[in-house]
Write a protein that binds this ligand. Structure first.
Ligand code: COI
Length: 360
């Protein structure tokens, strides 16, 4: 592959932007898409034809392997606009590495790092009017790869498509969530694909989450697949527990996603001298802490939600409500992280990534 990546990108711009037709105050997460999308194909053993074109439907055959065997991975990222109108991303290097880790686990060829960054930068510059200033306004970035070989033999595809679409969003959940601890269903198993951002990991959650919703809960806290005693993730997020003043989260494993927000919370906690323990935590410990009053908070952490406070959890048919403490860690971490994301505060970690319009 030539190193002069900028000359290889084909760019077809929209004739007229749709941005003025969108009501940015009433956005439902992931339902509106910006003017442009990125597309690149893996054919004959290499990635080729990196193209930005107007957001539009793609025409595919019904036999594509992705429809039959679920060979697909994705990422979730965000772009922010500061008060001066400069656009930023948050730790995009982490997502770039992770999509390739996920791809490897699903027998998908890795996507070149230079093209990943070129695609994101160019798209964000082209669609920068879609990123509105102000807290909570972001463009959610969805890079994804799927198997495009038109064949239903159950084997890895020899063709793929890498795409990036952008969606202007506000919050993911409208309020704090109530959750139920999984006693039967599992999100992931040892040796499986739980650590990958594989599309099927999310599909597998829908049915048990629907059952939880029927009972009035919004999300499921996933437990380990063997004993259902260890707390692992919450819905589509990593999960943190605060017992007294100590923050606890499960270690990553091949069942737990190495979340960018998760590792940012841990780093901020260490930086601020907040005691943090990355260790396994049992349902028994959680229930005991809820009963003796030492359980102060539970919150989910993920790109889409940032930090999502849990207002109650249910286990074995009993609901345990949680009152938000005045010195809420959830509120603190959300502010600390979003202040960095929106370029409102110093970034001692070097996490902010400037999208530079001068390059294009
Ligand atoms: C994210 O937090 O970005 C995710 O990938 C979760 C997604 C299912 C909305």
């Amino acid at each position: 592959m030539s190193t002069d990546i900028s000359t290889q990108f084909v760019i077809e711009k929209v004739k007229k932007s749709r941005v003025s037709t969108v009501d940015f105050e009433t956005l439902t997460f992931g339902t509106v898409f910006t003017d442009h999308m990125f597309e690149c194909d893996y054919i004959d053993g290499e990635w080729k034809n990196p193209t930005i074109r107007p957001y539009q439907p793609i025409m595919v055959e019904p036999s594509l392997k992705v429809f039959h065997y679920g060979q697909a991975v994705f990422e979730g990222m965000k772009a922010y606009k500061d008060d001066e109108g400069q656009v930023w991303m948050f730790r995009p290097d982490q997502n770039q590495v992770r999509i390739n880790k996920s791809a490897k686990r699903l027998a998908i060829p890795e996507f070149p790092k230079e093209w990943f960054f070129e695609a994101l930068n160019r798209l964000l510059v082209l669609d920068k009017e879609w990123i509105k200033k102000g807290d909570g306004n972001v463009v959610y970035i969805r890079p994804f790869i799927f198997a495009t070989q038109p064949e239903i033999l159950a084997s890895p595809s020899n063709q793929y498509k890498f795409m990036v679409i952008l969606s202007p969003v506000k919050s993911y959940f409208r309020s704090d969530v109530s959750v139920v601890i999984a006693e039967h269903y599992s999100r992931a198993a040892d040796g499986g694909v739980g650590a990958a951002k594989a599309a099927g990991n999310y599909a597998g959650q829908f049915y048990p989450t629907n059952l939880a919703k029927e009972k009035g809960y919004q999300q499921v806290i996933w437990t380990d697949d063997t004993t259902h005693q260890y707390l692992e993730e919450a819905g589509t997020m990593n999960v943190f527990f605060r017992i007294n003043d100590t923050l606890i989260t499960a270690p990553t494993s091949d069942r737990i996603l190495d979340g960018v927000t998760r590792k940012s919370v841990i780093a901020v906690a260490e930086h601020e001298n907040i005691p943090v323990e990355v260790r396994r935590i049992t349902v028994k410990e959680l229930v005991a802490a809820a009963k003796d009053g030492s359980l102060k908070e539970i919150f989910g952490a993920g790109t889409a939600v940032v930090i999502s406070p849990v207002k109650s959890f249910s286990y074995d048919g009993i609901d345990y409500p949680l009152e938000k403490p005045k010195d809420s860690y959830a509120t603190f971490f959300k502010k600390r992280i979003t202040d960095i994301q929106y370029n409102r505060e110093e970034d001692p970690f070097g996490w902010r990534y400037k999208v530079n319009a001068d390059n294009y």
